[in-house]
Ligand binder design. Structure first.
Ligand SMILES: NC(=O)c1ccc[n+]([C@@H]2O[C@H](COP(=O)([O-])OP(=O)(O)OC[C@H]3O[C@@H](n4cnc5c(N)ncnc54)[C@H](OP(=O)(O)O)[C@@H]3O)[C@@H](O)[C@H]2O)c1
Length: 339
């Protein structure tokens, strides 16, 4: 039987990723949509199949959407600052919830939500859609590292560059403009990089230091962050996050994890994995799909079917998303107090 689902949020990511994946998924049925404004509702619905355009239940009141008897699961694709409050309202309605990353706008809010959810025993799923945790390339890298393919791990560097033109939809997005100052963009972007790092190596034991530089002019914004972390097993890691905005500039989102071992080096990004041996000769060069949101939906469906809702091994468990956010908050705190 198909899982009947309502989406809340009709913005950029809902339209580009959630809508197509849900529509093509054999075990999902989209039956409801909540949108804040008629404009976004219309834009979302204009690309639905004709039959669904006629039957889809449309809501402009979030509480009515949550109370709908038509669907049993809710997919929240809302702005980060609004996410926590909407998760809280949705938790009160007894539906299964998938919410976009990060888990909430702050770790404090996330902890309060986890307490509310656990108070429900929990008898419904709540998962956080951190799709980087299910990237094929990251999962393959983890297997090779665990198998000792590059020997004992010595250190890692995670680099992420986000470059945007000032007229990109992400730059024009109002709530992103609001959270951007004071390293707020790390909550949107850096959280993915930390999720990837934690998927590869497990927990982050400590954020040792963080340094940032900012350049801000009418034509160009350039913010660069370096943070040194200690991972499980005392392995050192450096995270380098760059955020560039330029009038008429390119749009690029690039990430790479470089992992040094005693017998070689492994490099993994969202669509490739390469290994070179200790002499620098390439031994592995594999390619993968960079899209993992289909897998997010598979995990959501499997979790509901299993009724094993509070399993910390679940890659999309909200506790895991909270750990990503806590690491980001520690980095932000160090940056804000930097002399
Ligand atoms: N996993 C990933 O790779 C990935 C990538 C991108 C984004 N995301 C996540 O997806 C979520 C949405 O991002 P987005 O880029 O799609 O943002 P967006 O384009 O601004 O979409 C947000 C939607 O929520 C609506 N909205 C705005 N403020 C609201 C409020 N206070 N209450 C209720 N609804 C409100 C907006 O309505 P209007 O359209 O009427 O303004 C819009 O439809 C975020 O949590 C983000 O972290 C994840």
């Amino acid at each position: 039987m198909k899982l009947s689902l309502g989406i809340a949020g009709a913005g950029i990511f809902s339209r580009s990723t959630h809508r197509p994946v849900i529509l093509r998924h054999p075990n999902l049925e989209l039956t409801g949509l909540y949108s804040r404004t008629p404009e976004s509702m219309a834009a979302f619905c204009s690309e639905l199949p004709q039959t669904l355009q006629k039957t889809l239940l449309r809501y402009f009141e979030f509480q009515d959407f949550c109370n709908s008897p038509t669907f049993e699961a809710i997919d929240l694709v809302l702005p980060i600052p609004a996410m926590g409050e909407h998760v809280r309202l949705a938790l009160g309605c007894g539906k299964h919830i998938l919410s976009e990353k990060p888990v909430a706008g702050s770790s404090r809010e996330a902890k309060a939500l986890l307490a509310i959810w656990r108070n429900t025993r929990p008898n419904r799923a709540w998962l956080v859609s951190e799709n980087w945790r299910l990237l094929e390339s990251i999962l393959a890298a983890r297997e090779l590292l665990d198998a000792g393919r590059i020997g004992k791990l010595v250190g890692a560097v995670a680099s992420c560059t986000v470059a945007r033109s000032s007229d990109s939809p992400y730059e024009r997005c109002e709530w992103r403009r609001q959270i951007k100052p004071q390293w707020g963009w790390l909550t949107d972007i850096g959280v993915h990089v930390i999720a990837g790092l934690r998927s590869l190596f497990g927990d982050i034991r400590k954020v040792d230091s963080a340094m940032g530089t900012t350049e801000n002019s009418p034509e160009r914004i350039a913010e660069v962050v370096h943070a040194d972390l200690t991972l499980t097993g005392d392995m050192p890691a450096t995270v380098k996050l760059e955020y560039f905005v330029k009038t008429g500039g390119e749009n690029r989102f690039a990430v790479e994890y470089r992992i040094q071992g005693t017998h070689g080096r492994l490099m993994v990004d969202r669509e490739s994995l390469r290994i070179s041996d200790a002499a620098g000769n390439p031994t592995v060069n594999d390619r993968f799909s960079p899209f993992s949101f289909d897998r997010v939906m598979d995990v959501f469906i499997q979790t509901i079917a299993s009724r094993d809702f509070d399993n910390l091994q679940n890659p999309l468990h909200p506790e895991s998303a909270l750990a990503d956010l806590l690491a980001i908050e520690l980095i932000q705190e160090l940056l804000r107090h930097e002399k």
